[in-house]
Design a protein around this ligand. Sequence first.
Ligand code: MSP
Length: 648
Amino acid sequence: MTTYVTTPIYYVNAMPHLGHAYTTIVTDAYSRFKRLCGDDVRFQTGTDEHGEKIAEAAAKAGETPRQYVDRIAATFKETWPLLSIRQDYTIRTTDPDHIQTVQDILQVVHDRGDIYFSEYSGLYCQGCERFLTEKELVDGKCPDHLVEPKAISEQNYFFRMSKYQDWLIDHIQTHPEFITPERYRNEVLSFLSEPLEDLCISRPTSRLTWGIPLPFDNKFVTYVWFDALINYLTGIGYPDGADFAMYWAAAEHVIAKDILKPHAIYWPTMIRALGLEPFQRLHVHGYWNVDATKMSKSLGNVVRPKELVDTYGVDTVRYFLLREMSFGLDSSFSADAILARHNADLANDLGNLFSRSLTMIDKYADGRIPECCAGFLFTPEDQELMSAMASMVAQYREYMENFRFHKALQAIWEVISLLNRYIVGNAPWELAKDARHGDRLKMVLYHLAEALWMIALVLKPIMPGTAEKMASALGLQKQFADAGIDAVGQWGEVPSGTVIDKGAQLFPRVEKKAGVPAAPSAGQPLVPGKPEANIGEGLITFDQFKDVELRVAEIVAAEKVAKSEKLLKLTVKAPEKRTIVAGIALHYTPEALIGQKVIIVANLKPAKLMGILSHGMVLAAKEQQADGSERLVLATVAAPIASGSRVA
Ligand code: MSP
């Protein structure tokens, strides 16, 4: 089987940021997953370097467009290895072969009668680099760029997109996987329920010269989107290249929702006009916000991939982005959230399991993977582990195949929890005390080693460095390069006697940096069912604890905070009356709170939230739900007690 998967080609008018990193990591993880499944994979990314936006950015930087695009395209290319991204090809729309392909395609479409010359008046948004319809405007402005589009009237060339409307609707309806998740498919179908206009595909050179000249009229350059989309063909050598013959039929594109229309409407109709079969699947994800706010240069909250990698390590960044976002929906990035995932999921759950297991193999089996004891009866615990692994890998394949990365990771982490329970249930340290249990001890340790090997394999697409480190520590680095997904669930294959390296630490904990503000609701979740995993690191002294003044407080009034989804304004008695703003509106109605006795931090410096001064903080427990959401439950007292009582 072959796989051809692409990212959008990024505009070079901005430096790489979290959003670019996410799409490219997703595409990389998918391509690595397909390789693990034995596919012949081609993964392409690149940069979009023509058009008004770029010409303007170059002028602003005081450079020629050529100097400018060379400089920024290089920054993108240099960013990818930092994120462990291994693309097969990096295309630039200023590459000579791309320019030639665009011109050849324009000529073909023109010769077939699908390009014509006409006068056009429309509302043009420069940010989008396209004409917007009246319907797309919100309060007369482009909803993405918040500016009024310019009324422009000029003569231009047009692509007969409308001719392919019925075909496109039919194609989308008969191919449910063509645009996913479904919400975006519905969005496109709803857009297509109105008549489609033809697409203006040229810009007069009087207005713009930084573009590919039309082959049949050099007074015009090609509209940047018509130029850009063709990258997906140029990169594999359309029309005669061997790679084109090999990969086009498998094409899949990954994008965010901002560029749905060009990919779901312009692109398939362009391909159709060329007489080609359309791509197979378009995967559309949501937007990353930062601390629940839109990421923007003017707000100064743009997250740069390099800084993230320097702080948390590349695999934590990859894991976090894939685990935290439900593909298709928006997500919010925060320093607290990535830190919590690093310390809880990676350092505690996976890291501790791994180092505990290796330490036990070192101690109880002389640092070698013990014999697998073929012929012994499996206990119910062994069987549970085996069936959990089998169902995990089946789910993992299904989820990875369908871009539900957070679900795939949840499935892996369920097995990680089970393995932690397997260790506690089998208590190898007890087995080691009695020589009669020697064979059982070997079997438990063998199962641990092979389960960790399997986990390394499924993590390979997500955290390639960590997975390799795990395989090396298990002494299985040679097998690692060639092993495929089918090795997961094949028990008894790991060679006994393999020398392990117990020294490997996968994820050193990252402590919160001074000066990084904590979001009011964020805290590090503890690890359920694993008390020992939560003890020992990040300990505080009793004196430090004493500094926090916890009190029982009775809620006497509660109301919603205007313009906020999450905040409630509470009046509490502790015993004096005070106002506390709490982020619990999604979990409690104001009425349900009256009369409740909760626990507050009484000596917190007052802070202003949505203009209201909050004197303290209400404590609540946070539970992660299977669907990725969170449930909050207020901490209260078990029996009636006077308001203001100290909690210690
Ligand atoms: N050049 C066009 C794409 C042409 S593809 C033939 C373009 N470039 S872009 O630089 O603006 O990149 C847009 C893409 O960057 C999004 O579709 C998404 O992949 C990624 N992201 C940019 N900001 C993002 C977020 N805040 N969140 C998630 N991804 C976003 O459009």
